[in-house]
Write a protein that binds this ligand. Structure first.
Ligand SMILES: O=C(O)CCC(=O)C(=O)O
Ligand SMILES: [Fe+2]
Length: 208
């Protein structure tokens, strides 16, 4: 009997630092329904980043959501969260319950939602290591819609880069140490279809 490569439940993708994947977060059709609602109901933004004196619209759309005091500085900009969408807040509680059951409890007060209209849209190499996330954040990423790989590379290049495939209705948990030792990117791929990811985080609240 194999317990670790069936199509539901937890899988260990990496031992050290720990990275886990869970398949079947909401169920296929509830996941599709959530994808459709988020696509329709959120006010998706396409901020510009200034590089060498020129503004470049980011090659994806995003929404920053969470508790009012969970302000976030990302690529030199400060994002003020919009209020929780009820379906996203319910998903956050579901993820926290899954992590509790798994024996790796974590809490989240904010989420960055990324919308990739097609395989052309992307997110470049980075670690989620902003000071407001604390020294060893746990980041939980839910994927809805088109399956894409998250490319991972070691900061010290001691081992080859690798892909983590993120199917519809999956959860990827980047455990303690992941941001210190690895970078990740969603590279452009010749893959069709809309994908929305939700990366839940704990932001240490800042006082105004
Ligand atoms: O879209 C993804 O799965 C990756 C998102 C991500 O890395 C981020 O929001 O920091
Ligand atoms: Fe990230």
């Amino acid at each position: 009997m194999q317990y670790h490569d069936d199509s539901h439940g937890w899988q260990t993708m990496l031992d050290d630092p720990p990275i886990w994947r869970f398949l079947g977060v909401l169920g296929d059709s509830a996941g599709m329904e959530l994808l459709r609602r988020l696509d329709d109901e959120l006010s998706w933004q396409r901020p510009s980043l200034r590089l060498y004196g020129r503004d470049h619209p980011v090659p994806r759309q995003q929404v920053w959501m969470g508790d009012p005091n969970a302000r976030y500085r990302y690529s030199g900009q400060v994002f003020h969260p919009t209020a929780w969408h009820p379906a996203v807040e319910a998903l956050c509680r579901r993820i926290e319950a899954l992590l509790e059951e798994h024996g790796t409890p974590a809490r989240f007060n904010s989420v960055l939602l990324n919308r990739y209209a097609s395989g052309e849209e992307r997110l470049g190499w980075h670690s989620d290591d902003e000071p407001a996330l604390g020294p060893d954040p746990v980041i939980a990423a839910v994927s809805l819609g088109a399956e894409r790989p998250l490319r991972m590379r070691w900061r010290d290049r001691h081992a080859p880069a690798f892909n983590l495939w993120l199917p519809h209705d999956s959860l990827l948990v980047m455990g303690p140490g992941t941001q210190r030792h690895l970078q990740h990117a969603l590279l452009p791929r010749r893959l069709p279809g809309l994908r929305i990811s939700l990366t839940f985080r704990w932001i240490h609240p800042s006082v105004p």
